[in-house]
Design a protein around this ligand. Structure first.
Ligand code: MN
Ligand code: MN
Length: 466
C-alpha cells in the first residue's frame, strides 16, 4: 500500500477522488474543460452568456417557450428575460404541481461599467470614467488589458452591440497606476484606499483632431464612435458598456490541471449546470436550469433573482400544461428542489490564516455543498434543512460524484451570499453547491478541472434523481 503523503488526500480510497482518477475520467475532464474555456471566451457578460446558452440549447432541441402553445413531457423550452437572464426547462412526466428539480447559477460578474457620461479629455489623453460593479479589489483592475463589451440603445430604438478588445487586431483599454518612484504616499495608504474608485479611469486615446478652432483628442474618439457605431456622445446615457479583462481563458499549471479565466464566478457553475440539463431527455420530474443576472449586486432589478420573472416562466409552463388553479404555482414551488450553484472560496495555501481548515473547500476535492452561507452569524443565509442535505448527499454518493462540505472562511473574517435565500423564500428546498475557486472576484480566477467536471456530474445526477 502506498503511503499517503499529502494531508489533503482523502483517506477512503473507495470514494471518488483525485487519487483514484482513471485515465478515462481524466480524458473526459480535460475535454469538458476545453469546451468550458470556449464558453468563457464567448460569454464574458450576462448578455453574451444568455446568447451562448440559448445557442447551445437550440442545438439540443430547445424552443422559445413563447412559440409553444402547449407542452408535453419531454418538451425542451427556454425563456429569455430581457437578454440578461434565461430559464431553461425539460418537461417531466410527473405532474408539475409535484415540483421540479433545478440548478440555479448567475451569469453576471464583477467588472468596471462605463459611467453614463464617461468620456473626457485631460491634458491630451481621452479617458472613460467607470463605476465598478460588484465586489472588487480596485488595485487589481489597474494596468491589465481590458475589452469593452456591451450595448448602446439609440433614441430611434436601435441597439448597437459593442465588442472591442477581443480580436487579436483590436486595441485594448487600460487603467493606469502610479510608478513606484512616485508611490511613496500611495504605498503608505490602506490597500482598500490605494486606488480610489474615481481613479479607475480607462485610457482610450491620445491623437488629437486639429481644426482652426481647437485640437481635441475627445473629438477623435467621438468621430470614431460615430463612424463605427453611429453613436453621439449623448448616446452613452443609454448604454451599458462593461470593461472586462481582455485575456482569454487558459489552462493553468504545468499539468494543465486548472482553468484560469475572468468570470468563473459564476460561469464555472453556470456552464456545468447548463450542460447537465442538455443531457436530459424525458425525465420523471421537470428539470430546470436558471441563469440569472445581478447576483453580484444583490440579485436586484427585473433581471435578478429577486424579480418574479422566473415565476412567470413557471406559470407559463403550468398554463401550457393545462394547469390553471390559483395555488398551483405556489404548490409547485414548495415541492421543488434546487441547487444554488455558486462558487465558494478554495483554500489558498498562501492565505491559509483566513480559513478554518476543517470547514474549508479544497480545490481538487470535488464540488462543495454549503448548508449555509451568510456573514456575522449566518445572516443572509437560507440554511438548508438537514433532511434535504442528506437527500443531496445520497444522490452524489450513489452517482460517484466527489463532493465536500464547506464554509467560506473563518466566521469572523467576513462572508458572502448567493441566490439560495431568494429561492428558499419562494418555498423551494435549496442547498448551495458549487465549485471552489481561487482569487474570487479578481480579473483572473482559477478553478480545478476535476471540480468543474464534478459539478457537471453532480448537477446532472441531482436533476435526474432529486
Ligand atoms: Mn457567485
Ligand atoms: Mn461573486
Amino acid at each position: 500500500m502506498k503511503t499517503n503523503t499529502s494531508e489533503n488526500n482523502q483517506e477512503n480510497k473507495n470514494e471518488p477522488c483525485l487519487c483514484n482518477m482513471t485515465d478515462e475520467l481524466k480524458e473526459k475532464i480535460m475535454e469538458f474543460s476545453e469546451d468550458y474555456m470556449h464558453f468563457l471566451d464567448a460569454a464574458k457578460t450576462e448578455r453574451e452568456a444568455v446568447k451562448e446558452a440559448v445557442n447551445i440549447a437550440k442545438s439540443h432541441g430547445f424552443k422559445d417557450i413563447n412559440k409553444k402553445r402547449s407542452l408535453r413531457p419531454g418538451d425542451k423550452v427556454y425563456g429569455i428575460n430581457r437578454n440578461k437572464s434565461v430559464y431553461l426547462a425539460v418537461i417531466g412526466k410527473e405532474p408539475l404541481t409535484d415540483g421540479f428539480n433545478a440548478v440555479g447559477a448567475h451569469i453576471d460578474s464583477p467588472r468596471l461599467d462605463l459611467k453614463q457620461n464617461p468620456l473626457y479629455e485631460d491634458n491630451g489623453i481621452a479617458l472613460f470614467k467607470t463605476h465598478y460593479y460588484g465586489g472588487i479589489k480596485k488595485y487589481q483592475w489597474t494596468t491589465i488589458p481590458l475589452a469593452l463589451h456591451g450595448v448602446v440603445a439609440l433614441t430611434d430604438g436601435t441597439v448597437k452591440e459593442i465588442n472591442i478588445g477581443e480580436a487579436p487586431e483590436d486595441p485594448i483599454f487600460l487603467v493606469t497606476d502610479l510608478l513606484p518612484h512616485l508611490s511613496g504616499k500611495q504605498n503608505s495608504k490602506k490597500m482598500s484606499e490605494g486606488v480610489p474608485a474615481e481613479n479607475l479611469n480607462i485610457m482610450t486615446g491620445s491623437f488629437p483632431t486639429v481644426t482652426d478652432e481647437e485640437s481635441s483628442v475627445k473629438a477623435t474618439i467621438l468621430a470614431l464612435l460615430k463612424e463605427q457605431y453611429g453613436m453621439e456622445e449623448k448616446d452613452f446615457r443609454s448604454a451599458e458598456i462593461e470593461a472586462v479583462p481582455a485575456a482569454k481563458a487558459r489552462s493553468l499549471g504545468l499539468d494543465k490541471s486548472m482553468v484560469a479565466a475572468y468570470g468563473q464566478d459564476d460561469r464555472v457553475c453556470a456552464y456545468p449546470g447548463l450542460m447537465a440539463l442538455m443531457d436530459i431527455d424525458k425525465p420523471e420530474r421537470t428539470c430546470i436550469c436558471i441563469l440569472t443576472d445581478k447576483e453580484e449586486i444583490g440579485s436586484v432589478g427585473n433581471t435578478g433573482m429577486k424579480s418574479h420573472n422566473f415565476e412567470l416562466f413557471l406559470m407559463d409552463i403550468l398554463e401550457k400544461n393545462g394547469i390553471s388553479n390559483s395555488y398551483a404555482p405556489q404548490r409547485m414551488l414548495s415541492a421543488s428542489k434546487v441547487l444554488s450553484a455558486d462558487v465558494t472560496a478554495a483554500f489558498d495555501p498562501t492565505y491559509s490564516d483566513v480559513m478554518e481548515k476543517n470547514n474549508a473547500a479544497f480545490a481538487g476535492r470535488g464540488i462543495s455543498i454549503k448548508k449555509y452561507t451568510g456573514a456575522r452569524g449566518k445572516s443572509g443565509a437560507s440554511d438548508a434543512n438537514a433532511e434535504f442535505v442528506g437527500h443531496v448527499r445520497k444522490i452524489f454518493e450513489d452517482n460517484n460524484v466527489a463532493y465536500q462540505s464547506s464554509e467560506m472562511g473563518k466566521v469572523d473574517e467576513g462572508g458572502g451570499g448567493t441566490i439560495a435565500y431568494i429561492l428558499a423564500d419562494r418555498g423551494m428546498e435549496v442547498l448551495d453547491c458549487g465549485v471552489p475557486i481561487h482569487s474570487m472576484h479578481s480579473p483572473y480566477e482559477s478553478a480545478s478541472k476535476y471540480d468543474i467536471y464534478m459539478a457537471y456530474l453532480g448537477y446532472r445526477a441531482f436533476l435526474l434523481n432529486a
